[in-house]
Structure formats: C-alpha cells, structure tokens
Design a binder for this molecule. Structure first.
Ligand code: AN7
Length: 366
C-alpha cells in the first residue's frame, strides 16, 4: 500500500524519524502525451508528471508532509507561510492533520478561488495582505524571528527534502532520467528541489546521467530570466506571480550546472498551452502548470533543445479545479437548451453536423 513519500523514500530524506504527518501524497502519474508532443513540434517522447493529483491538488504536499513532520518533531505549536495559494492550502491541510493551527498570508484578490476555499475549509487563519507575494513573505520572515511559529515556505529546508521525491519518482517510473525537465518557476523552491533529487539519485547509482533543466517563468514575473528582481510582478498564472524568488540564486546555479536554461513565456502562450493540455490530452491544469508546456514549445521553436532529444518530462504542478474562474472567463459559455425534444434537436443537429469527426479516433491517435 502506498503510504506517502516519507514512507517510500525515507533513506533519502534527512528528517526526524517520527511517524509522518501524511495524506499519502506522491505516487502521481507520469503520462505520455503524444498528441500534445506532435502539436508543439516534438518528435521524441513527451511525458507529463501530473502533480495536480496530490491530496490538496498541487506538488506542495510533497514538501508539506516533510515540513510538518519535522515541525512536530521539533515541538512547533503553529505554522505560518506566505503564499500565492497552493502552499497555503497545503500547509492548512497538513496542519489540520497535525492538529496545530496554520496562519497563511495571501495577496488580496490575487489568489485562485479553489485555493482560497481550500485554505479556509482546512481551518487556517487566512490573512489577505494588501500587497503581493514578495511583500507577504517579507512580513512572515519577520514574524518568525519574534514568535515561536514554524515557517513552512520553501525557505524551510525540509520542504525541499520532500519535494525532491518527485524527481525520484520520475526516474523510477521512466527507468532513467529524462534528457530535459520542464518546470514552472515562481519562488524557485521546486526547481531547486528537483535538482537536489536528481543529483542524489545519480550519487546513489540509480541513474547514470542528469537531465537539463528548463525553468519557465511568465514574462511579467521573470526575475530569473531578466537577472534582476521584479517589483510589480503580473501574470494570469497567479501561482507564479513572484518577483523576488527566495531560492533564486540556487535555482540559477542548478540550471547552469545542468546545462539548461531559463525562459519566459507570455500570458497568451500560457493560456494556449493550457487549452492544448485539456483538449489534446484530457489534462485540466492551472495556468502556472501550463507554463512548462508553453516554455517547452518556445524552446523547441527557438532551437534551444536539439532535435536529437529523446525524452522530455514536463511537470504539471497544480490541478485545473484550483482556478475555475480563469476557465469561465476565457472559454465559451455553455449553450442554453430547453428540456423538450424538438428544441433540443434544433440545437443538437448543427453540433453533430459540425463537430463529429469524419476521421475515426483511431486515425487521430495513430
Ligand atoms: C501550481 O503557493 O509559491 O518555484 O505560494 O503553485 O517552487 O515557487 C506556488 C508556486 C508552480 C512555482 N506551479 O513553484 C505558493 C507558491 C504552481 C505553484 C509554482 C507554484 P516554486
């Protein structure tokens, strides 16, 4: 039985040896995506690590099981974080599991609905800060200097201990490391954790070679592409609306060591990739997650990746249900129909004529 990432990877994790605080996170699918690969001009194998299937709908759960387990082992009485949303929801859930309070600071009006709803439901004290994520994180860093509460942002090293297990899983699922790993970057904790994980697996003799890292940021929030902080970050992908990444220096070093690249993509490119993931592969993700595909598409178009690349893994960091508003705002509305056969038929017939394909699904998939 799968019992979460601490149980599965304990020998690789430097954390206290108490019973884990867990929701059995991890063990997420690694799905091949042939239609999407073809659509973005890649002829090798493209795999998607579907991290939206973690217990609270994002990859943050991998780092929160380790952060809360360590916090409890050290006697913490409460946890606090700043968050664009997913960290808040995850911290709130794992704090509930650990029976301690969580205080979460989120940028007022700039957090996706599903994340806010979840953080509230798990019983966190949610503080809506009149400012952005970077300002909220600065407040939290000051608070933990004064009060006896544990910081569970990815500045906390135990977050990275857990998050590196996604790299382990990818290697275990593939039987090797990919040639490239594409990953959205906000506060830069996750890309740092993946690099740590791949290096640990190589050192343990589990994989012969390391992947190159493609770190993807949104154009309006791209400090690691620009090489300087961004004071007023803006992007449709609110999860990565971050201008001063706390793990930025380490992420830059990881990407450089790997022989990889940082790349920025526009909001339009992100939303196009978001639609393609859902319509071509049946994967509904939040916009920040689609950034990895938008970045890969752009990297392919610009020749950043050589055509000889065989295996690419893109990380889909969060579930689409986190951000239902973006879907309703950008997609066409449902067609109203009366509950009577004749009325229904008048609506249905043109749809069938227009949209039922002439080619069989087998031909499309072939
Ligand atoms: C879906 O929740 O920073 O580079 O406070 O939610 O490790 O920050 C979220 C980040 C990518 C970027 N995709 O990861 C938060 C927060 C999704 C995210 C990222 C986030 P990092």
């Amino acid at each position: 039985m799968w019992r979460g990432i601490i149980h599965a990877y304990r020998p690789f994790l430097r954390i206290a040896s108490i019973d884990p605080i867990t929701l059995h996170e991890g063990n997420t699918p690694l799905l091949q995506a042939p239609r999407l690969a073809r659509a973005i001009g890649f002829s090798g194998s493209l795999y998607l690590k579907y991290e939206g299937l973690n217990p609270t709908g994002s990859f943050k759960d991998r780092g929160m099981t380790t952060a809360l387990t360590q916090a409890i082992a050290e006697g913490a009485r409460a946890v606090i974080c700043a968050s664009t949303g997913n960290t808040a929801a995850s911290a709130a859930a794992y704090a509930a599991r650990a029976a301690i309070p969580a205080i979460v600071l989120v940028p007022a009006g700039k957090i996706a609905l599903g994340k806010l709803a979840a953080a509230l439901a798990y019983g966190a004290k949610v503080l809506a800060v009149e400012g952005n994520f970077d300002e909220a994180l600065a407040l939290v860093r000051r608070a933990v200097e004064i009060y006896p509460i544990a910081l569970v942002n990815s500045l906390n090293p135990y977050r990275l201990e857990g998050q590196q297990t996604a790299a382990f899983e990818i290697c275990d699922q593939l039987g090797r490391a990919p040639d490239w790993l594409c990953i959205p970057v906000g506060n830069a904790g996750n890309i740092t954790a993946y690099w740590k994980g791949f290096r640990a697996y190589k050192q343990a003799g589990r994989i012969p070679s390391l992947p190159r890292l493609l770190g993807v940021q949104a154009e309006g929030a791209a400090p690691l592409v620009l090489g300087h902080p961004v004071d007023r970050p803006e992007t449709v992908a609110t999860a990565i609306r971050i201008g001063r990444p706390a793990r930025g220096a380490e992420a830059l070093q990881a990407v450089q060591e790997s022989g990889g690249r940082f790349i920025a993509v526009s909001d339009e490119e992100i939303m196009e990739a978001w639609r393609m993931l859902a319509a071509l592969e049946g994967l509904f993700v939040e916009p920040a997650s689609a950034a990895s595909i938008a970045g890969l598409r752009r990297a392919l178009a610009q020749g950043v990746l050589s055509p000889q690349v065989e295996v690419i893994v893109a990380v889909l960091t969060g579930h689409g249900l986190k951000d239902p508003e973006i879907a309703l705002r950008t997609l066409s509305s449902p067609i109203p129909v009366q509950a009577q056969w004749d009325a229904f038929r008048r609506v249905l017939e043109p749809i069938i004529e227009k949209s039922v394909p002439i080619t069989s699904p087998q031909e499309v998939r072939g």
